[in-house]
Design a protein around this ligand. Structure first.
Ligand SMILES: NC(=O)C[C@H](N)C(=O)O
Length: 491
C-alpha cells in the first residue's frame, strides 16, 4: 500500500501498529487531502486542524508508552449533528451556526476513548431532513463520482468524505435512510444498527423514535471496527438498548453457506430503475453461488411505509424543534418587538424551507382535529410493517434488495418536488419504522455511478449482516472502485 491516505481503516490501523507511519504523519496527510478537496466537494463544514494534530500527537505518545486502543491514532470525521465539546455543531442549519456544545455526544466520547482522531465535522441536510444534502445552510456537498451529482442525504458530507478518502470512516445518522442512501450513491458502505444500539445522547434530535447513529466506511470490515466502539448502553438515553458491547468483527470470516436471504418482490417495485434491479439481482446471484439460499418473502404493507414515515418523522420533528425559540441558544433575530416577534422571526430566519415545511406538516398531523386521522393511523401502519418483517424473519436470516431506486441524481434535479425527493427513501425507511438494522454496500455501477445492495437483519443481528457483506466484498471489487476524479490525478 503506497498511499496510506486512500487506504481502508483496517490498513491504516495496521500501518500505525507496525510503525510504518505515525498518527501525526497520517493525520497531517489526511488533513492536507481534505483541505485540498473540500473546495470542490464541500464535504466538511468545519475542519479542526489544531484539535486533530493535538489528538494525533497524544495518540503517538500513548502508543510509544505501550498503550493500546482499538482505533488509536486513526483519522475519522463526525457528522455535524454529534455534539463536540468546544467545536461548532451546526446541524447544517443557520439556527445552530453559532452553537458550540458544552459536552460530547456519547458516540463521540466512545470513539475518542477508542483513540480515533476527529478531523472535523461533515456537511449534512439541515437537521437531517433531506435525501440529497442540498438542504444544508452551508451549501450542497458534492458526490466525488461527478458531474455535480448529489452524494445523497442527509449524511452526504460523511459519505462524500469517505468516497474521496478524506477519511477512511465517518460517523453518520439514519432516520429514514440517511446512512444507507448516501453510502449507495457514493460507492461506500454504511450501516444503521438496531434502534437503541448507539446512544442518542448528544445527537441533535430529528425524529427520536427513528434516529440512529452508525458508521460509513469503504468496507464492511471497517464498519464492524467502527461499530464495535460506537455502541454502548447509555443511562443518559432512555431508549438505549441494554445489549452490552459486542465485537462485530467476530463472524466476518465465516462463509455464507446455508444462510437464508429473503427477497421481497415489493423491493422490486415499479419505481426501481431496470439497471439498478439488474445489479441487485446479480449481487444476490453472487451470494447464492457462495452457498446462500434465496427465499421469496412478502412484505405486504411496505407500500405504505413512505406515507407513514412522512407523518411520524415530521410530527416528532415539530415537537423536537420547538426548543429552538431564540431564547436559550441558537439563532436570535435582531431587535425583537416582543416575545411573539422574537419566536416568529428567530425561527423563520433560522430554519430553512424544508425544515419549516416539516414543522408545518408535523404540527398539522398532531393537531387535535387530525391526530387520529394522521398520527394514530401512521403508528398503526408502522405496527403492520413491523409485523410483516417479524413474519418474514421466521423463515429467513436476512432480507436483501436495492438500497435506492436510482443512482445519484443531479444537484437541483429534484429540489422543486419534495414528493419526488421523498421517494428516494422508499426502500430504506421500513427498517427505521421497524427499528431493524440495515446496511448498504456497493454492488455495481449504473451509467458510471455506484448503486447499493441493502441488507436488513433481525434486531441486534448486525454481526451476521456484516458477515454477509464482508463475504460479498471478498468475492467482488465494487467497494474498491474509485470515483473518476480521484483516479484522474485531481487527488
Ligand atoms: N434523515 C433521514 O434519514 C433522511 C430522510 N430522507 C428524511 O429526510 O427524513
Amino acid at each position: 500500500m503506497s498511499d496510506l491516505t486512500i487506504a481502508t481503516l483496517r490498513q491504516q490501523l495496521d500501518a500505525l501498529e507496525s510503525g510504518q507511519i505515525s498518527s501525526l504523519e497520517l493525520v497531517d496527510a489526511q488533513l492536507k487531502r481534505t483541505e485540498h478537496l473540500n473546495g470542490a466537494l464541500n464535504a466538511f463544514i468545519s475542519i479542526d486542524r489544531d484539535g486533530a494534530m493535538a489528538a494525533a500527537a497524544a495518540a503517538d505518545q500513548a502508543r510509544a508508552m505501550g498503550q493500546r486502543a482499538p482505533l488509536l491514532g486513526v483519522p475519522i470525521a463526525h457528522k455535524d449533528l454529534f455534539c463536540t465539546q468546544g467545536l461548532r455543531t451546526s446541524c447544517g442549519s443557520k439556527m445552530l451556526d453559532n452553537f458550540i456544545a458544552p459536552y460530547n455526544a456519547t458516540v463521540v466520547e466512545n470513539l475518542t476513548e477508542a483513540g480515533a482522531v476527529s478531523l472535523g465535522k461533515t456537511n449534512m441536510d439541515e437537521f437531517a431532513m433531506g435525501s440529497s444534502n442540498e438542504n444544508s445552510y452551508y451549501g450542497p456537498a458534492v458526490n466525488p463520482w461527478g458531474e455535480r451529482r448529489v452524494p445523497g442525504g442527509s449524511s452526504g458530507g460523511s459519505a462524500a468524505a469517505v468516497a474521496a478518502s478524506m477519511v477512511a470512516a465517518a460517523t453518520a445518522t439514519d432516520t429514514g435512510g440517511s446512512i444507507r442512501q448516501p453510502a449507495a450513491f457514493t460507492g461506500t458502505s454504511g450501516i444503521k444498527p438496531t434502534y437503541g444500539r448507539c446512544s442518542r445522547f448528544g445527537m441533535v434530535a430529528y425524529a427520536s423514535s427513528l434516529d440512529q447513529a452508525g458508521p460509513i466506511a469503504q468496507t464492511a470490515e471497517d464498519l464492524a471496527l467502527m461499530l464495535s466502539t460506537m455502541v454502548s448502553h447509555d443511562p443518559k438515553d432512555s431508549t438505549s438498548a441494554h445489549e452490552g458491547p459486542e465485537d462485530f468483527t467476530r463472524l466476518l470470516n465465516n462463509d455464507v453457506q446455508g444462510l437464508r436471504i429473503g427477497v421481497p418482490e415489493q423491493f422490486f417495485s415499479q419505481q426501481l430503475d431496470d439497471q439498478v434491479a439488474q445489479a441487485t439481482r446479480d449481487a444476490l446471484a453472487t451470494l447464492e453461488q457462495r452457498g446462500a439460499v434465496l427465499v421469496p418473502v412478502e412484505l405486504p404493507n411496505l407500500a405504505h411505509s413512505l406515507a407513514a414515515y412522512y407523518v411520524i418523522a415530521p410530527a416528532e420533528a415539530s415537537a423536537n424543534l420547538s426548543r429552538f425559540d431564540g431564547v436559550r441558544y441558537g439563532h436570535r433575530c435582531d431587535h425583537p418587538a416582543n416575545l411573539q416577534d422574537l419566536y416568529r422571526r428567530s425561527r423563520s430566519e433560522g430554519f430553512g424551507l424544508e425544515v419549516q415545511r416539516r414543522i408545518l406538516v408535523g404540527t398539522y398531523a398532531l393537531s387535535a382535529s387530525f391526530f387520529d386521522a394522521y398520527y394514530v393511523k401512521a403508528q398503526q401502519i408502522r405496527r403492520l410493517i413491523k409485523n410483516d418483517f417479524m413474519r418474514a424473519f421466521e423463515t429467513v436470516d436476512v432480507i436483501a434488495g436495492p438500497t435506492t431506486p436510482t443512482p445519484a441524481f443531479k444537484i437541483g434535479e429534484k429540489s422543486d418536488d419534495p414528493a419526488d425527493m421523498y421517494l428516494q427513501d422508499v426502500y430504506t425507511i421500513s427498517a427505521n419504522l421497524a427499528g431493524l438494522p440495515g446496511l448498504s454496500i456497493p454492488c455495481g455501477l449504473v451509467d458510471g455511478l455506484p448503486v447499493g445492495l441493502q441488507i436488513l437483519g433481525q434486531h441486534f443481528d448486525e454481526a451476521r449482516m456484516l458477515q454477509l457483506a464482508h463475504q460479498y466484498q471478498l468475492n467482488t471489487d465494487w467497494h474498491q472502485q474509485r470515483a473518476p476524479m480521484l483516479t484522474e490525478g485531481a487527488a
